[in-house]
Write a new protein. Structure first.
Length: 94
């Protein structure tokens, strides 16, 4: 049985939709920002100033996290299910 190009494209779209529905992508909040992918230091500084204008580096913590964002099934490991994030946290001092 041969599939038509349209059937293949529909299958790909369905697969991408299911993957997006199962995504557990971390969400930014008031004091935390997640950025995936490569970036320049200037890009990082610009995002920090956009989110927290005037914040000092003394009030920022930058780390990285290897986060499981997609689930293909119970007890199955697939490296493509993980994404590296740069995590920027604002330290709130009382």
């Amino acid at each position: 049985m041969c599939l038509t190009t349209e059937q293949i494209l529909v299958g790909i779209r369905d697969s991408e939709r299911r993957r997006a529905e199962n995504s557990q992508t971390p969400k930014d909040d008031e004091n935390t920002m997640y950025i995936s992918g490569e970036m320049s230091f200037q890009y990082l500084l610009d995002r920090i100033q956009e989110k927290w204008p005037g914040v000092s580096f003394e009030d920022i913590e930058i780390s990285s996290e290897y986060t499981h964002v997609y689930c293909i099934g119970y007890d199955l490991y697939d490296p493509s299910d993980y994404i590296n994030y740069t995590v920027i946290r604002r330290i709130v001092r009382s």
